[in-house]
Design a protein around this ligand. Structure first.
Ligand code: URP
Ligand code: ZN
Ligand code: ZN
Ligand code: ZN
Length: 467
C-alpha cells in the first residue's frame, strides 16, 4: 500500500478550517496530523497555499439517459472523467424505470452502462416512472439489497414520468416503512402541458416559452403539495430537487420552520443564469438553456433568494442536474417547437468552481461550500463518513484547491461531451489543482492520470439526515 502525505495545506471541512497534514494509506485516509508531524510516507504532496477538501459529491446526474427522443450526451466514461477534472469524486446518477418497465431490469441496465466505465465512484437513485404493487415491492428490495435508498418521483411530464397524487402518497408511505428518501421533481405537469398547448396554438414556439409556460406558481404549488403529501404519509423525508424559484423555496422554508423532514437542493444554473440573458437569447440559441425546472427572470430575486437559502440551510445541497444535450444536433429537435427541446444542460465539471465563486463573492462561507457540495450530499444520501469528510477511515477522496487560480469556463477547454458550455466565458477565481479519488491521483496541475474502471459502485445506506 502506498502511503501519501499531503502536507502544508489548509483543511476545509463543513465545520471549520485549520492547517493540517493528511496521511493516505492505499484507498483510505489514515490520519489527520498536526502540521509538520514527522511521519514515514512513500510520497509527499506539497499542499502549501491550497485548500484541502473532501472530494465533491454530486447527487444529481443523468449520464446517457434516454430522454426527449434522444440520449444525454455524456456516457459514464466521459461524464465521470469530466467530474474528476472538476473535483467531484462521487456522483449519484438516476436509474430510470419507465411506466410498465421492470424496476430491477432498469437497474441491471444502468449497471451495464456504468460498471467498469467510471473514473470516480458512483451510486444510483431510482426514478419510479410507475408506482404500482410491483415497483413498490422492488423499492423494498433496492433498499435492503442494492444500495439504493432514494427514489425520485415526478409531478411533471404527464404520460412519461408523472405520478399522480395517489401514487405519490403510496410511494411516500412505503418509503416511510422502508426508510428511503423521496426525491421530488416538483412542477405541476398537467397545468404546464395545458399552457404549452396554448402557447404553441398561439405560435409562441421560441425557447423562452419553455420558461413562460412553467410559471413559478406551478413550481410552488407542486412543492407545497409534495410537502403536504409527505406530512400525510407520516413525515417521510422529502428532498425537493432542482429548486429554481423564490416561491418554492418559501414553501420549503415554512415547512422546515415547523420541523418537517423537508430538504432541498438547487443547481448552479439557477444561481447564475436567467430567462432574459440565456433562455431568451436571440434565435434558437436559448435552447442551450432549456431545462426543467426552468431558468427564471432576473427581474425578481430568485438567485439571491437561492444563495440565501444555501446560507440558512433551507437549501442543503448544490447538485448539477447534469443532463447534457448537444446544441448542433440534439437541441435542434426543438427548432420551431420549444416543447421538443431535450430538457437539460451539462455542468458536472464546474459545480465546485461555480459555488466557490459564491465564497469569493461573499455569498457563502468556505465551510458552507464544502458542506453543500460534499459533506451534506454524502450524509443525506447514505454515504457518510465514507464520503464527504477527511477523517481516518474515510475513502481517500481529496481535492487540493487553489483559491487564487483563475478559471475560465469554455467549451474549448471543458471535458464534458457536449458542444457548448452553459457557462461559456465565465471568469472564476479558484481552481482545482489536484484530485485524488479513492487513493489514486487522477489529476495534478492539468495532467490527467485517471483510470477508467477505477470508479466503483457505492452501495448506499439509509440516510441518517433527519432534523
Ligand atoms: O431538465 C432537466 N432537469 N432534465 C433532467 C431530468 C430532470 O427532470 O431532472
Ligand atoms: Zn427533475
Ligand atoms: Zn435531473
Ligand atoms: Zn452531439
Amino acid at each position: 500500500m502506498t502511503r501519501t502525505l499531503i502536507s502544508g495545506g489548509t483543511l476545509i471541512s463543513a465545520t471549520g478550517s485549520h492547517t493540517a497534514d493528511v496521511l493516505i494509506d492505499g484507498e483510505t485516509i489514515a490520519a489527520v496530523l498536526s502540521p509538520g508531524t514527522t511521519i514515514e510516507a512513500d510520497e509527499t504532496i506539497d499542499a502549501t497555499g491550497t485548500y484541502v477538501l473532501p472530494g465533491g459529491v454530486d447527487v444529481h446526474t443523468h449520464m446517457q439517459m434516454p430522454f426527449g427522443g434522444t440520449e444525454a450526451s455524456d456516457t459514464f466514461e466521459t461524464g465521470t472523467r469530466a467530474a474528476a477534472w472538476g473535483g467531484t469524486t462521487t456522483i449519484v446518477d438516476f436509474v430510470v424505470q419507465r411506466t410498465g418497465e421492470d424496476v430491477l431490469a432498469a437497474l441491471e441496465d444502468w449497471h451495464t452502462k456504468a460498471d467498469g466505465n467510471c473514473f470516480v465512484d458512483y451510486g444510483f437513485h431510482m426514478i419510479l416512472g410507475g408506482v404500482d404493487e410491483s415497483s413498490l415491492k422492488a423499492m423494498d428490495q433496492l433498499v435492503a439489497h442494492e444500495g439504493i435508498t432514494s427514489f425520485k418521483l415526478f409531478m411533471a411530464y404527464p404520460g412519461v414520468f408523472l405520478s399522480d397524487d395517489a401514487q405519490i402518497l403510496r410511494a411516500m408511505q412505503r418509503a416511510g416503512d422502508n426508510g428511503a428518501m423521496i426525491m421530488m421533481h416538483a412542477e405541476n405537469g398537467t397545468a404546464i402541458d395545458e399552457l404549452v398547448r396554448q402557447a404553441l396554438a398561439r405560435g409562441d414556439t421560441d425557447p423562452k416559452f419553455h420558461s413562460l409556460t412553467r410559471p413559478v406558481q406551478l413550481e410552488a404549488e407542486a412543492t407545497n403539495r409534495a410537502i403536504l403529501l409527505a406530512e400525510v404519509a407520516g413525515g417521510t423525508p422529502l428532498y425537493v430537487v432542482h429548486v429554481s424559484a423564490s416561491q418554492a423555496l418559501a414553501r420549503i422554508g415554512e415547512a422546515r420552520a415547523t420541523g418537517a423532514n423537508v430538504f432541498a437542493e438547487t443547481c448552479p444554473q439557477y444561481l447564475y443564469l436567467s430567462l432574459e440573458d440565456h433562455l431568451a437569447a436571440p434565435g434558437f440559441e436559448g435552447a442551450k438553456y432549456a431545462c426543467s425546472t426552468p431558468l427564471r427572470t432576473k427581474h425578481e430575486p430568485h438567485a439571491d433568494d437561492l444563495w440565501r437559502g444555501l446560507r440558512t440551510d433551507d437549501l442543503a445541497v448544490v447538485s448539477t442536474d447534469h443532463c447534457p444535450f448537444c446544441f448542433n444536433d440534439q437541441k435542434q429537435l426543438g427548432l420551431g417547437d420549444f416543447s421538443k427541446i431535450p430538457n437539460g444542460m451539462g455542468g458536472v465539471e464546474h459545480r465546485m468552481d461555480l459555488v466557490h465563486q459564491g465564497v469569493v463573492d461573499g455569498k457563502l462561507s468556505l465551510q458552507r461550500w464544502v458542506e453543500t457540495c460534499s459533506t451534506t450530499p454524502a450524509r443525506m444520501f447514505g454515504m457518510y463518513p465514507r464520503k464527504g469528510v477527511i477523517a481516518p477511515g474515510s475513502d481517500a477522496d481529496v481535492v487540493l484547491y487553489d483559491p487564487a487560480a483563475p478559471t475560465r469556463v469554455s467549451v474549448e477547454t471543458h471535458h464534458m461531451n457536449i458542444d457548448y458550455s452553459a457557462f461559456e466565458g465565465f471568469e472564476l477565481t479558484g481552481g482545482v489543482r489536484t484530485v485524488i479519488a479513492r487513493g489514486r491521483t487522477v489529476l495534478d496541475r492539468g495532467t490527467f492520470t485517471g483510470v477508467q474502471g477505477h470508479g466503483q459502485y457505492v452501495k448506499r445506506e439509509l440516510s441518517q439526515y433527519l432534523r
